[in-house]
Write a protein that binds this ligand. Structure first.
Ligand code: PLP
Length: 383
């Protein structure tokens, strides 16, 4: 009976995870406290994030509404309009016409093409759909970008005041936040001189911003991006409020340079918060450079049998000349040179004993480090 109750509650926390992916970390945290408080369980320190207070305010308001009172909601960034009719019709038809199954890893190609069209319509810039990755809300893009770009302990600058989830997601990923105190003179936006003396691995800006609604103009954005470029700081632009502007049009970081990560979402302009759909535009050669590096280096190391990947970010390599047990082979690589690769048996229980999978979704600098270490490991086979 007790288990039943726990599972019932656990399902509730899963619901939160799916519905409010943006606030996943918080939802998990709250639910661990609430549902499992009486069970001995290890919680990570990095998972102890602050509550998202607007959610508490919403809940308090809901309780008052339940008592029959009218509450005017000025707390949450929930567009008052519904999702576009066409999008709703597509989903209704899709429910009966298609299996609604897994999509290709980076998102439905037609959707990525339409997102690319949007960049042409809004900014007159051409973005290759290949550079667009569809994610569960823009929040999914932050998690993807932060994990793909930064290592534990790296520091990311964000403007203060700013959207609270940035800090919480960074903390949950064991990354440091450098809060850049912005001023009213600069419309509460960071400017190039703010980061001059800072040692940042990344800078995340939002224009228009939450909570101020202020925007960086083209020169200001350019100045920031140049400053980041000089200091090799990764530039990430949260453009979730693009399309909701009053006097001037918001400038996309992609109008200035392709060497940045641009995050956007269907939540605000398209009024689709609950749909959990967002995207990130990544520089063209992020994965391409890593792929090219591996195509060149793997044969030199001794990994000659692979087909260059056409998409995604994996090499599936035949290592039969070195082992008939890929599990032990990967274990030895991890223990001896501290590079983690996946044994093929994960994907093919029979032939996978002679294959390994290598993912190149990491940063190019990490990949280079990994290649050097793999080279050391393989030296004994090259004697
Ligand atoms: C600046 C900013 N970025 C990102 C988000 C998260 O949006 P999404 O629903 O796409 O996860 C919000 C939500 O309010 C926001 O204000």
């Amino acid at each position: 009976m007790r288990f039943k109750a726990i599972f019932k509650k656990f399902n509730l926390s899963l619901f939160y995870i799916m519905y409010l992916f943006g606030y996943t970390v918080i939802a998990i945290d709250l639910n661990f406290e609430k549902n499992f408080g009486n069970i001995r369980m290890k919680n990570s320190a990095r998972g102890r994030v602050d509550p998202f207070i607007v959610m508490d305010v919403m809940e308090a308001a809901r309780q008052i509404e339940k008592l029959g009172h009218e509450v005017i909601h000025l707390e949450v960034g929930q567009p008052g309009t519904g999702a576009p009719t066409l999008a709703k019709e597509k989903v209704i038809n899709g429910l009966s016409d298609s299996t609604m199954g897994y999509t290709v890893a980076l998102g439905i190609p037609e959707l990525r093409e339409k997102i690319a069209d949007l960049y042409w319509r809004w900014y007159k810039i051409k973005v290759d759909p290949e550079r667009i990755i569809v994610t569960p809300g823009s929040s999914g893009s932050f998690i993807l970008a932060f994990t793909g770009l930064f290592d534990v302990g790296d520091t990311v600058g964000i403007g203060s005041p700013g959207y609270p989830s940035y800090r919480q997601i960074l903390k949950a990923l064991s990354l440091n936040t450098c809060a850049i105190k912005t001023t009213s003179d600069n419309k509460f936006q960071p400017i190039a001189t703010d980061i001059k003396d800072k040692n940042l691995d990344g800078l995340l800006i939002a224009s228009p911003a939450n909570p101020t609604g202020s925007m960086l103009n083209k020169d200001e954005l350019e100045g920031l991006m140049e400053a980041c470029d000089q200091k090799q700081t990764v530039f990430i632009s949260d453009e979730i409020y693009h399309g909701i502007e009053y006097d001037a049009r918001a400038v996309s970081a992609l109008e200035i340079s392709d060497d940045c990560f641009v995050i956007n979402s269907f939540s605000k302009y398209f009024s689709m918060t609950g749909w959990r759909l967002g995207w990130i535009v990544v520089p063209y050669d992020t994965y391409r450079a890593n792929r090219a590096l591996l195509i060149e280096q793997l044969p030199k190391i001794g990994f000659k049998k692979f087909a260059p990947p056409d998409g995604a970010f994996y090499f599936y390599i035949d290592v039969s000349e070195y082992t008939d047990n890929s599990l032990n082979f990967c274990k030895a690589i991890l223990e001896e040179v501290r590079v983690a690769i996946t044994p093929g048996i994960d994907f093919d229980p029979e032939r996978g004993l002679e294959t390994v999978r290598l993912s190149y979704a990491c940063s190019t600098s990490d990949l280079k480090k990994g290649i050097r270490r793999l080279n050391n490991f393989m030296s004994k086979y090259r004697l």
